[in-house]
Design a binder for this molecule. Structure first.
Ligand code: F0G
Length: 459
């Protein structure tokens, strides 16, 4: 498998160093076996997230210098609005400081106690904001997504039949929002097809429910549609993106992913006459800042306006998805299972297949994440039962559909040699995986989003 060469050259570098194995063992123990507790300088290859960790371009850094810091109506705000309207085709564009800020501003306008929100799969903060609004979150992802070894396109899809059945069971009047996550992060960065976006929108129309798009990785999703869905091969990405968003009513995105900025988010409303815009502005002013900056500085908005276009560049996306495919090909040779085919923003290793002897409540994906750090200084994270947490009503540990250890690839940061190190580390760990008898237990956990802070110990 050929590595697709970088469509850029490197102008600035940041030093990283590798500790000894013994030092890494001490560091992870001191962090209570929580990868979020490590000092970043003790990490050699940081794949904890692709969020806010990308390398900005020289154009974006130039934009930073041009940032207009006026409190209201700055030039940078208007540049961002222009880019947002152009790319997404929505009338109203609201900057916010990141994805979860958009969730905090938006969700209470639709959700409260007794209401439900349904998604293909909610990302963890998105699920948390549904619950913080008093409502309950339900996932209806396609059955194919639950079988990592099944190589099918668009495994991120909503299960349309299940969605409709769920709406009928709950009563349409109790469903406050349908949230379509593109790409479907928690299911392995798997894309959603245009056909499925449209089918979800049709259900929303039929039952008069608002269709909201969680668009953190919209550009990667559009690339997959162009590559794999019949009828899109010859359409330019901007046209595909316009069509994707035309089916939604509202979208929110963390711009820290596909818009390649270190901080930022956007909320969009298709119809400029939608009365919800007044609520968005009011919540924004209370929580985020005046609605023409939404918690961002002028320079952040300037970099974001530029990054939105860089993130939808087809050469860039081909190289980016190619990096994941390059790593996946080495794992195929070694018989290491992952959510296949590869997703947009990384590889999701099937830790349940690596450690079949470790049950979900001993967190096999967290075990693998710890082993990767000890082996090669690679920081990944659990996207499985450890992240999912406990049932908010009963407090019982939930069993995730997946036990993934996520290799989230920062944009424009790591090179081919780093990918070879990732493959070598996984192969070494697999060769001794059968020796790992037990997993982890939780010593302390906060009530919500526990994986960021929990303290763990080996059983
Ligand atoms: N929605 C999705 C699909 C996400 O992946 C994220 C963040 C958010 C919303 C929230 O955005 O972090 O800007 O507040 N995902 C990151 C990750 C954190 O590592 O996957 P945020």
């Amino acid at each position: 498998m050929k590595y697709i060469p970088e469509p850029f050259r490197i102008k600035m570098v940041e030093k990283i160093k590798m500790l000894t194995r013994e030092e890494r063992e001490q560091r992870i123990k001191a962090a209570d076996y929580n990868l979020f507790g490590l000092h970043a300088q003790d990490v050699y290859i940081d794949l904890l997230t692709d969020s806010g960790t990308g390398a900005m371009s020289s154009d974006q850094w130039s934009g930073v210098m041009l940032g207009d810091e006026a409190y209201a109506g700055s030039k940078s705000y208007h540049n961002l609005i222009k880019a947002g309207k152009d790319i997404f085709g929505y009338d109203y564009i609201q900057p916010v400081h990141q994805g979860r800020a958009a969730e905090k501003v938006l969700f209470p306008l639709f959700l409260s106690k007794g209401k439900y929100a349904i998604s293909n799969t909610f990302f963890d903060t998105t699920r948390a904001h549904v619950e913080l609004a008093g409502a309950r979150a339900i996932d209806c992802v396609s059955e194919e997504a639950k079988k990592p070894a099944v190589r099918a396109p668009f495994k991120g899809n909503m299960d349309i039949e299940k969605l409709e059945k769920t709406i009928n069971e709950l009563g349409a009047e109790n469903v406050g929002l349908i949230v379509l996550t593109i790409t479907n992060n928690s299911a392995g960065g798997q894309p959603v097809s245009m056909e499925n976006i449209k089918a979800t929108a049709d259900i929303c129309k039929k039952y008069n429910i608002v269709m909201e798009i969680d668009a953190a990785r919209f550009a990667e999703n559009a690339f997959f549609i162009k590559r794999d869905e019949a009828g899109y091969a010859h359409k330019p990405l901007p046209v595909i993106i316009r069509e994707m968003f035309s089916y939604g009513d509202i979208f929110h995105m963390s711009s820290k992913k596909d818009a390649i900025v270190n901080i930022g988010g956007i909320l969009g409303v298709k119809d400029g006459a939608n009365p919800i815009i007044a609520g968005i502005k009011a919540n924004c002013i209370s929580y985020e800042g005046f609605y023409t900056y939404g918690g961002l500085s002028g320079r952040d908005m300037e970099a974001l306006a530029i990054g939105l276009y860089e993130g939808i560049d087809e050469d860039f996306l081909r190289y980016r998805i190619g990096q994941c495919e390059y790593l996946a090909a080495q794992l195929d040779e070694a018989g290491i299972a992952y959510q296949s085919p590869v997703g947009g923003h990384g590889l999701f290793i099937d830790a349940a297949a690596m450690y079949p002897q470790i049950p979900h409540h001993e967190f096999p994906a967290q075990v693998l994440a710890i082993e990767l750090y000890k082996e090669a200084g690679i920081r990944t994270c659990d996207i499985g039962s450890y992240m999912l947490g406990n049932d908010p009503d009963t407090g019982v540990q939930l069993k995730s559909d997946f036990e993934f250890t996520r290799f989230a690839i920062p944009r424009r940061v790591y090179t081919q040699a780093h990918f070879d190190i990732m493959a070598e580390a996984l192969i070494a760990i697999k060769s001794r995986a059968h020796e790992q008898k037990r997993g982890l237990k939780i010593l302390w956990e906060p009530p919500i989003l526990r994986h960021f802070q929990a303290k763990l110990e080996w059983i």
